[in-house]
Design a protein around this ligand. Structure first.
Ligand code: ARG
Length: 264
């Protein structure tokens, strides 16, 4: 995680940020971030990346890169506003003992924001359409030698894969079907059995219910309806709701604020 010392909405690069320029409460953001951190620390060890001035979106560490074991592909951001994060992410991964894999300089890829490992089968879900380039899924498969399913995102509100899809323990998949084109929906249905698919309604998706931190039995998320929480409980999970309203103004929820460094 990266502390929100310099977090704010300073530019608009997704629809959520519209109208929120200079409209975040720094103290509240810090409290919400600390609350999320405290929840995660009950189940995992949290490492911090030092925040940097004038890089307000650096709090969203999901976008730093994609980690597999001790290997990492460091993100290449589409927007100029976030490209300044790249050297800091490179340095952090190198200092923390990760092997940085080669990645073409001109191929946009926004890390674990757009690439998520399934928790029930050896499969990498890779999103493209808004931030990561269409050529990314095939290259991830080659570089990581890992079976990859390409998913085409079509709703600008769900511009990163982790805003609309969340792999959960035992092969469950929480997702918002309408964020994907038909071909992608069909491939999700072919790869995940019906009883393992938890389809969110639009109202829940707009609360970023799919942007959930998978902590094994527990799931940390910004918000979800009682109906969705019940559905998750029926599948054996305990939803832990923690408001992240300040980060929602930048288009991010719980999962965006984290990057998983170990498979668990
Ligand atoms: N303002 C950030 C952006 O538009 C939010 C990133 C959210 N991160 C994520 N993994 N979905 O890039």
């Amino acid at each position: 995680m990266c502390p929100p010392d310099h977090f704010e909405v300073a530019y608009v690069i997704n629809p959520w940020m519209e109208g929120h320029r200079a409209n975040t409460d720094g103290a509240l953001a810090y409290k919400q971030w600390n609350d999320l951190r405290a929840i995660i620390e009950q189940y995992a060890n949290v490492l911090l990346e030092p925040p940097q001035r004038r890089l307000p979106d650096m709090v969203f560490t999901a976008n730093a890169g994609l980690v597999l074991g001790k290997k990492v592909i460091v993100s290449r951001f589409r927007s100029a506003e976030r490209q300044g994060e790249e050297p800091h992410n490179h340095a952090w991964f190198a200092e923390n003992g990760f092997e940085i894999l080669d990645w073409p300089q001109d191929l946009f890829f926004e890390g674990a924001g757009d690439a998520l490992f399934d928790r029930g089968q050896e499969l990498l879900w890779a999103g493209h359409g808004f931030r990561s380039d269409a050529a990314v899924p095939a290259l991830l498969q080659e570089r990581l030698n890992y079976k990859t399913a390409a998913l085409n995102l079509i709703d600008p509100r769900f511009y990163h894969l982790d805003t609309c899809l969340c792999p959960l323990a035992h092969g469950y998949l929480l997702y918002f079907p309408a964020a994907f084109d038909e071909k992608s929906r069909t491939s999700i249905e072919a790869l995940v059995p019906a009883d393992k698919r938890i389809a969110a309604e639009e109202a829940d998706a707009l609360k970023f219910c799919c942007n959930a931190v998978d902590l094994g039995t527990h799931i940390a998320l910004n918000d979800a309806s009682e109906a969705l929480q019940d559905r998750l409980r029926m599948a054996g999970f305990t939803p832990v709701i923690t408001s992240l309203s300040e980060f929602m103004k930048a288009g991010g929820g719980a999962k965006c604020l984290t990057l998983k460094l170990v498979e668990a």
